[in-house]
Design a protein around this ligand. Structure first.
Ligand SMILES: *[C@@H]1O[C@H](CO)[C@@H](O)[C@H](O)[C@H]1NC(C)=O
Ligand SMILES: *[C@@H]1O[C@H](CO)[C@@H](O)[C@H](O)[C@H]1NC(C)=O
Ligand SMILES: *[C@@H]1O[C@H](CO)[C@@H](O)[C@H](O)[C@H]1NC(C)=O
Ligand SMILES: *[C@@H]1O[C@H](CO)[C@@H](O)[C@H](O)[C@H]1NC(C)=O
Ligand SMILES: *[C@@H]1O[C@H](CO)[C@@H](O)[C@H](O)[C@H]1NC(C)=O
Ligand SMILES: CC(=O)N[C@H]1CO[C@H](CO)[C@@H](O)[C@@H]1O
Length: 927
């Protein structure tokens, strides 16, 4: 939720624009006097026509602008208004005609000298600069160029428009404004919107604003505003009229901003400082803003509690303090806020995502409260119906992610009708909450993780007709999902995962946009989505159930599906060819079923696929070439534990985004392709994003909304089954183990410096381990066991500091195990089955008994982690014995690398001894 608010805001704005456009893109011109004819002045008509020629009007929105006889009166043209006295064009308002594009602005526009109102908001001028002539239209009182995507230099010529009262330049693509020196010239300005104009170099912006005596509304969202410098804060001449100030999404960090704002103590009504870097405690300054009705300080780094001065805010209607580091008892907050006057005015209180503790205090005085968000704090205690007894206006309630218990009498009749109910993680079981039956209007319901172990009552579903989101996950809700004959009004997002639901999946669930039924006991076939109502299904997770039968060949209905997970069920038969019609699919998981046959070739149409996991089935045939040709976006490809045969096609090397390639436990033969160095993601260290996330388009409330989901992947890692989600982006692995691969390990594999795990065990590989193996510096696990690899273990292997799992057993390796590193720290079994290997940690000594002591530091990169603290910790570690060392390493993971680096540097015989003792200790502990 955190951090998405802003995207949501932008998205909603965009959706609204679209909606307006969809409604015909018509502007309201009802105020225009349509009866007066023949007033249009020819020179101005020609200027307007020239202006039109500078636009691209594909949808013919300006069809009324023409030279034909019946169109002579330009005062009747769409968006044009003339003065009813002089006949001059005084207004051109094309706001909201979003399909218009601008190529240029005709210089003839200058003829519209009497123009007072120019609104081109939303016309895309694709980066051309604002022409200078704008500065000549000096009668302009209203200029709106927001969302016009003009580029070039900031148009400071608007400073010539001294009559301007309204100026909006939001969302253009100007280069940084160098100064606001032009601004004080606009002495009549009341409304100024420079949202998303880069003002990062304008340190004196508060001074420029102070010089506008009539300014009431100021919005500078996302301008990269620097904090004001104290000496630029002048109190003289400052405007006293500012009522609404939006400085959200900037870099404001110091208290100088509060000093500046205190100029406007008496006038401020609306103040938004959200998404800045404000730190420390909340200052007293707001308490002096007597008219303040809306205050938003959310998404900063504020600490402590609310100051006592807040008690003086008698007009406060909404207070947003979400996502800060506020702490203390919630009751203290409530006491201060509502001790006096605000208790009657406050409608919206958002204290979510802080560190507030204590129990829910008495809220009954807040009788005007409509929205209460206390989620994601550290609240505890028991809530009863009495807490809400007077809150008859409440419509949004979020208490989720605390440690609250809802102890509500079964007969409780709440005084409110909620629209938004989020009580996730509030314990309210074991019975299904009966009071929900009184709530007839909710569109959002989350009672996940609530310790409900009951059956969904029959009255429940009919209340859900209009939901857009419903989450009952992680309870013990049982029973069958009855096949109701109703349809959802919208296409809701439903999460019912991790419950005890049984029986077949009813067809009314097909009219959803997101359906998660994973981890239940559902059975029967999955034909419920064979219906045209499934067309908006974007996310479908049925994994870990008991559904069986064949996948019906009607995937053609799932035209918007992005994610399909049918893993861990009892499905069988072939993967239907209609999968090829799910063009937008990005994640396909069919793991652990009993699918047979080949991968359908229609899958190559699904060019958006990023994740394919069909592991643990009975699929057969060759690994198709088209995987590498058509599915270029693949990040994860898991075909393990099937019956695939043939060779590894060299086309796989085209998968430049691939991170996980798992073909283990098949019958793949021939050699490993040499072109592996083309797998560019694996050939890079690290990863810019930790997770692999996808956006799903969803329908809700007749609007489209995007939702996000993150991929996870489960596989065997160091001998255990692991699931990765939040850090999946860091997992880079190749697993070709347990096949019939032959030939040498291509040396190109050492280009894959991002690899974290490489498993080639259980094949028939020959040749030597390439001496460059040490290039794989990210490697955490290397398994080459059960092959026919010969020669010495390259010394470079000993320089992979992170290596924590190694298996070289059952090959034909020979010679001495390189000394001076953690290679001696591994259990001897990792070298077993190589009769000609010798040296520690093996008991077998080598023929040449001379132990080389190399004290030179091979690592030329210095490492700050090897600090005094590290040595001390090491010392303590050794003092405390083996577990002390381990404790240190487990405690601070980054130190583990430092530790191994340190040992590499040390690189002497002594260490070998220590390693041996350590291993013996370990053996002792294990036995
Ligand atoms: C003409 O303009 C005046 C002032 O702008 C306005 O009061 C009047 O209603 C207008 N007349 C018509 C017929 O629109
Ligand atoms: C702006 O005003 C100044 C001074 O009146 C004038 O010299 C300049 O030409 C004007 N610029 C534009 C673009 O009209
Ligand atoms: C904005 O300008 C930059 C640099 O001039 C350009 O790369 C970018 O594509 C422009 N964006 C839009 C939306 O025009
Ligand atoms: C200016 O701010 C006031 C106070 O917040 C608000 O009521 C008004 O709608 C704003 N005006 C515009 C044009 O946005
Ligand atoms: C669903 O919405 C419709 C239309 O807004 C309304 O008439 C109906 O009462 C609502 N039903 C429920 C259960 O909320
Ligand atoms: C007085 C006059 O011209 N009235 C006209 C105003 O416009 C409407 C609709 O265009 C006509 O129906 C009236 O006759």
């Amino acid at each position: 939720m955190q951090g998405h608010g802003r995207c949501l805001k932008l998205f909603l704005a965009f959706a609204l624009l679209l909606l307006q456009y969809a409604k015909g893109g018509e502007v309201d011109h009802s105020h225009r006097d349509t009866n007066v004819t023949g007033r249009c002045i020819e020179r101005e008509r020609q200027a307007l026509l020239a202006f039109k020629r500078g636009l691209v009007d594909k949808s013919d929105l300006l069809s009324s602008w023409g030279s034909e006889a019946q169109k002579l009166d330009c005062c009747k043209w769409v968006g044009v208004s003339c003065s009813n006295q002089t006949g001059h064009v005084i207004q051109v308002d094309l706001h909201g005609l979003y399909s218009l594009q601008g190529k240029m602005i005709s210089p003839k526009l200058i003829e519209l000298h009497y123009l007072e109102h120019l609104d081109l908001g939303g016309i895309n001028f694709i980066g051309i600069p604002v022409p200078d002539l704008i500065g000549s239209l000096t009668n302009l009182r209203y200029l709106d160029l927001s969302f016009t995507y003009f580029g070039g230099k900031f148009p400071s010529q608007v400073g010539n428009l001294t009559n301007l009262q309204y100026l909006a330049l939001e969302a253009n693509n100007f280069t940084n404004a160098e100064n606001l020196d032009w601004l004080p010239l606009l002495s009549s300005l009341r409304y100024l919107d420079l949202n998303f104009v880069n003002l990062s170099n304008v340190y004196d912006w508060p001074e420029a604003i102070n010089k506008l005596p009539k300014l009431t509304n100021l919005t500078l969202e996302g301008c990269d505003l620097p904090s004001p410098i104290l000496f630029t804060l002048s109190y003289i001449n400052s405007s006293k009229s500012l009522a609404s100030v939006d400085l959200s999404s900037n870099h404001l960090s110091t208290s100088s901003i509060f000093i500046w704002l205190s100029n406007y103590n008496t006038s401020l009504v609306h103040l938004d400082l959200s998404w800045n870097l404000l730190a420390g405690s909340i200052p007293d300054v707001f308490g002096n803003m007597r008219s303040l009705a809306h205050l938003d300080l959310s998404n900063n780094q504020l600490e402590g509690g609310v100051p006592h001065s807040f008690a003086r805010l008698c007009s406060l209607q909404s207070l947003g303090l979400s996502t800060n580091f506020l702490s203390g008892q919630l009751s203290k907050f409530v006491q201060i806020l509502f001790s006096t006057c605000a208790q009657n005015s406050l409608e919206i209180l958002d204290l979510s995502w802080n560190h507030l503790a204590g129990s829910l205090p008495d809220l009954t005085k807040l009788s005007s409260l409509e929205v209460l968000y206390l989620n994601n704090n550290q609240l505890s205690g028991v809530i009863s119906g009495i807490h809400f007894s007077t809150l008859s206006k409440l419509r949004s309630l979020d208490l989720s992610s605390n440690s609250l218990v809802l102890d509500i009498h079964a007969d409780w009749i709440p005084p409110f009708q909620l629209d938004y109910i989020n009580l996730g993680s509030c314990k309210m079981g074991p019975d299904f909450p009966k009071w929900l039956q009184t709530q007839k209007k909710f569109s959002f319901l989350d009672i996940s993780d609530a310790k409900i172990s009951d059956i969904i009552p029959s009255w429940f579903w009919s209340l859900c007709r209009n939901v857009t989101f419903m989450n009952l996950a992680r309870n013990q809700i049982g029973g069958t999902l009855v096949n109701l004959t109703f349809e959802f009004s919208y296409f809701p997002k439903l999460r019912l995962s991790s419950n005890q639901l049984e029986g077949p999946i009813p067809s009314f669930l097909s009219k959803t946009s997101h359906l998660d039924l994973s981890y239940n006991k559902l059975s029967g076939s999955i034909s419920f989505f064979c219906s045209s109502t499934a067309m908006f299904l974007g996310f479908l997770d049925l994994s870990n159930n008991n559904v069986s039968g064949q996948v019906p060949d009607c995937l053609t209905y799932l035209t918007n599906l992005v994610m399909l997970d049918l893993s861990y069920n009892a499905l069988f038969g072939k993967i239907p060819t209609t999968i090829g019609s799910v063009f937008g699919i990005e994640t396909l998981k069919l793991r652990s079923n009993r699918f047979v046959g080949q991968l359908p070739s229609s899958l190559k149409n699904c060019t958006s696929l990023k994740v394919i996991d069909v592991g643990d089935n009975k699929l057969s045939g060759p690994i198709p070439n088209w995987l590498g040709v058509g599915l270029k976006d693949l990040v994860i490809l898991m075909l393990s534990s099937n019956h695939f045969n043939g060779s590894l096609p060299s086309q796989l090397c085209h998968l430049t985004h691939i991170q996980i390639l798992d073909f283990s436990m098949n019958n793949i033969s021939r050699s490993i392709p040499k072109c592996l160095n083309n797998l560019t993601t694996l050939a890079q260290k690290g990863n810019p994003s930790l997770n692999i996330s996808h956006f799903v388009y969803m329908m809700s409330n007749n609007n489209s909304v995007e939702a996000e989901y993150e991929d996870d992947a489960t596989f065997i890692w160091k001998g255990r089954v692991y699931s990765y989600k939040n850090t999946l982006g860091l997992v880079k692995r190749i697993d070709l183990s347990s096949n019939r691969l032959t030939g040498e390990i291509p040396s190109e594999i050492t280009h894959l410096v991002g690899l974290v795990s490489l498993n080639l065990s259980g094949n028939q590989l020959t040749g030597q381990i390439t001496p460059e193996i040490g290039n794989l510096q990210s490697l955490d696990a290397l398994d080459l066991s059960r092959n026919q690899i010969e020669g010495r273990i390259p010394t470079s292997l000993s320089r992979i500091d992170r290596l924590s799992v190694l298996d070289l057993s059952f090959n034909n390796l020979s010679g001495k195990i390189p000394i001076g590193t953690q290679l001696q720290g591994f259990d001897p079994s990792v070298y077993a089955g190589n009769p000609q290997l010798c040296g520690p940690p093996l008991k077998k000594t080598c023929a040449d008994q001379i132990v080389q002591i190399d004290l030179s530091n091979q690592e030329d990169d210095k490492d700050e982690l090897i600090t005094l603290g590290f040595y001390i910790s090491m010392g303590l570690g050794f003092a405390a014995g083996f577990w002390g060392v381990c404790g240190t390493l487990i405690f601070k993971r980054s130190w583990r690398y430092a530790y191994f680096k340190f040992l590499n540097g040390l690189n002497d015989w002594l260490y070998v001894q220590v390693a041996l003792i350590k291993r013996q200790l370990k053996d002792m502990l294990n036995s």
